[in-house]
Ligand binder design. Structure first.
Ligand code: SAM
Length: 259
């Protein structure tokens, strides 16, 4: 997957050099490129913002600077499906998504991550100040580009970079080969099973007066699976009753229903 991130703080994205995502980049599973929005500014102060039309607090990111930046990034990438954009406006074969982090967007969930993991190319536009001029997403959507304005939660950050890192990590770990054990993503919290994952324990079996449940030492895989599922359901009910209410009843077995 090719991922382009445009930001006025490109160094913010350096953390994506680390850990599993860093290794996926080294292995060529992810081609991540970070661009400085100010490279597309024209004045000597490299200005990317202006006062809000209609007045009010703060500054808004200029659509003309973003337009030049995104046109250039979209026009690049002939080697990847989903790019480049042809002069007629159509994208190459494949799926490219322009992702705009914003607290006013649709909420990013594990389902969104799964969907976006199927794209060939992501272009992430990181806002700052009061955000990016609202005509930018509208313009690219009208050009036939898939635009997703996404929020990582109901709170406000100073900029889109931290949100971009969250989304890129959640998406990239779903790509084949990125995680050592692909089974890890199947039964996790927020997977398609609709439950939080059961609690995780390791050695020592007894620690500071807290003993691990005996069943985990039994070697009886069916009993362990049952105990874990019961614990996952109880935990989800206690912590996220909204998830229990949203469960598809057909995914429950008879012992779940008895519980
Ligand atoms: N004035 C905007 C509003 O009230 O909707 C908030 C702008 S915020 C201070 C600046 C930038 O941070 C946004 O353009 C976006 O890129 C990013 N951001 C802030 N909170 C976010 C969230 N919950 N999810 C995704 N991006 C967020």
């Amino acid at each position: 997957m090719r991922i382009d991130v445009v930001s006025i703080f490109p160094a913010f994205l350096d953390v994506l050099d680390l850990s599993l995502i860093g290794r996926a980049r080294e292995d060529g599973l992810i081609d991540l490129r970070v661009h400085d929005l100010r490279d597309w500014a024209h004045d000597r102060h490299r200005t990317v913002d202006d006062t809000p039309l209609g007045g009010g607090a703060g500054m808004v990111m200029r659509p003309d600077v973003w337009g030049e930046a995104l046109d250039a990034v979209l026009a690049d990438g002939a080697e990847v499906p989903g790019g480049p954009e042809t002069p007629g406006g159509a994208l190459g074969a494949g799926r490219a998504v322009l992702l705009i982090p914003t607290p006013a967007g649709e909420v990013f969930t594990q389902r969104t991550a799964e969907d976006l993991a199927g794209a060939d190319r992501l272009i992430v536009a990181c806002g700052r100040y009061e955000g990016i001029d609202s005509r930018v997403p509208r313009h690219y959507a009208a050009r036939g580009i898939e635009v997703r304005e996404l929020s990582i939660g109901d709170y406000v950050l100073n900029g889109g970079e931290a949100a971009a890192i969250v989304m890129i990590e959640a998406i990239a770990r779903l790509l084949p080969g990125v995680l050592g054990n692909p089974a890890s993503v199947v039964e996790e919290s927020h997977s398609a099973l609709g439950l939080l994952e059961h609690e995780a324990l390791t050695r020592p079996v007894a620690w500071r007066g807290l003993d691990a449940p005996e069943v985990l030492l039994s070697g009886d895989h069916a009993r362990i699976a049952r105990a874990r599922r019961d614990e996952a359901i109880a935990r989800t009910a206690a912590r996220r009753p909204d998830m229990i209410r949203a469960l598809d009843p057909t995914t429950l077995d008879s012992q779940d229903r008895a519980a």
